[in-house]
Design a protein. Sequence first.
Length: 280
Amino acid sequence: MIASGAGSSGASGSRASGSANPAPLPNALPPVWVVDLDGVVWLAGTPLPGAAEAVARAREGGFRVVFVTNNAGPPRARLLEMLASCGIDAESRDLVTSAEAAGALLEPGSRAVLCAGEGVAEALEERGVEIVNEGPADAVVVGFTRLAGFDDLTRAMRAVREGAMLIGTNDDPTYPTPDGLVPGAGALLAAVATASGTEPIVAGKPYGPMVELLRARLLRIALVVGDRPSTDGLLARALDAPFALVRSSATPVAPHGVVAAWEGGSLEEVVGLALAHACG
Ligand SMILES: [Mg+2]
């Protein structure tokens, strides 16, 4: 069901003979650092000190930085604008969201009820999924939104009870903001799952749909940086890459048995540690 994704054709290192623009061999591509956004680059869009400088240092060190977020709320253009306002230049190819991972679970032409933000609507429309207000539907997709009310939960629950597959963009229980934690997409997903009596399929970090999407798009993942051992740390393990932990308000006191190769209080700190190791 997962789309093969751009770039996957290079995974075998094969290329068409006589092609004017042959696909580069994997070893010719820069190694990729997968970097989380919330709690690492910003807090609810407010830039964290030193993040832009840290990304610049990683790039100068020869690494490609790809931002991978479970926050499926904003559309891509908004996330890229937020990065730019933090002083970080990024193209669309440098960003992977859990909304895309959720969209990859659905076939073009299928119907979905949403209880999620604009980012999910955008990803599903790009995938060719028809968004409907209520069931019957092939899927219900739940993601982070501050706008979900009781009526939205009711529409979602009823569609699932009528047979729709329940998909969560992620199951993060909380979302970090400068004012403290707020309920995350996982809290909304739990409400729909409980009311409908269904186990959801979760698309984002650290689950299979996101792992497959990243494997298909990124050929040389050298590091995963994030503030949650339960998502970013387990993603690193699934990708067989080292994990660098940025401690934030969302970092649980007791990590989920994930060992961080590097750990610090900011992206700047862990990038310094990782670069010292990579270059040493
Ligand atoms: Mg985070």
